[in-house]
Design a protein around this ligand. Structure first.
Ligand code: T5A
Length: 207
């Protein structure tokens, strides 16, 4: 037996922070032990790598460096936190995971899926989320929402074309893996978004 590994994905301004808190509440109310974490980050070393990746001042980071740093943080996260937690039969709820790499570094930056898959295989050794919720909304709506927050980080500063490619990549993954990846229409008002999540979790928590 092992805990369930659940990930939350979406473009900029999709409402992940808000939805993550709601999912956390649903799982804890069901009496299930839960660890909430995020990528890039989740460990001491991973959080240091996150700082490098998000810092807008780091304009010289190569696409390859960015990709490798994502997987470096992920290797640390898997070994230090995710695998031991799942082995202890505790569920893991992770804010972004490898689908984000396919969407941002693959779709956004144009790195080939094959290259990403090589690193995925090496670092994850077949471990994948049991369930992924993809908060999907038109790029313009997301950017408008995200724009109401503080200064944009290195990824939030990318242009609309980057965001469109990132969204398409996410939707491609969902189309290829409909059992694992559930699309949530997050362009809806928040109460409707949370209802869609409730609907999915009624089944997850019953099973
Ligand atoms: N990254 C990450 C990669 O490039 N590759 C990888 O492999 C990985 C793992 C950091 C960055 O790293 C990149 C992608 C990211 O750019 P992050 O910290 O998850 O990842 O960054 P953000 O996308 O910025 O995520 P946040 O959780 O900070 O914010 P969200 O999803 O943008 O959402 P949130 O909840 O802050 O909502 C934005 C605003 O919209 C409102 C909220 O109140 C808030 O003001 N809102 C709504 N308004 C109306 N209707 C709704 N339904 C609403 N839902 C939320």
């Amino acid at each position: 037996m092992s805990g369930k590994f659940i990930t939350l994905e979406g473009g900029e301004g999709a409402g992940k922070t808000t939805c993550l808190k709601h999912i956390e509440k649903l799982i804890r109310h069901a009496g299930i032990d839960l660890c909430v974490t995020r990528e890039p980050g989740g460990t001491r070393t991973g959080e240091k790598i996150r700082e490098i990746l998000l810092d807008r001042g780091n304009i010289d980071i190569l696409d390859e460096t960015e990709l490798i740093l994502m997987f470096a943080a992920r290797a640390q996260h898997l070994n230090e936190l995710i695998r031991p937690t799942l082995a202890a039969e505790t569920w893991v709820l992770c804010d972004r995971f490898t689908d984000a790499t396919y969407a941002y570094q693959g779709g956004g930056r144009g790195i080939s899926k094959e290259r990403i898959a090589e690193l995925e295989q090496w670092v994850q050794q077949g471990l994948k989320p049991d369930l992924t919720l993809l908060l999907d909304l038109p790029v313009e709506v997301g950017l408008q929402r995200a724009g109401q927050r503080s200064t944009p980080d290195r990824f939030e500063s990318e242009d609309v074309a980057f965001m469109q490619r990132m969204r398409s990549s996410y939707l491609d993954i969902a189309a290829r893996e409909p059992e694992r990846v559930k699309i949530i229409d997050s362009s809806q008002p928040l109460e409707n978004v949370l209802l869609q999540i409730d609907h999915i979790f009624t089944e997850v928590l019953a099973g």
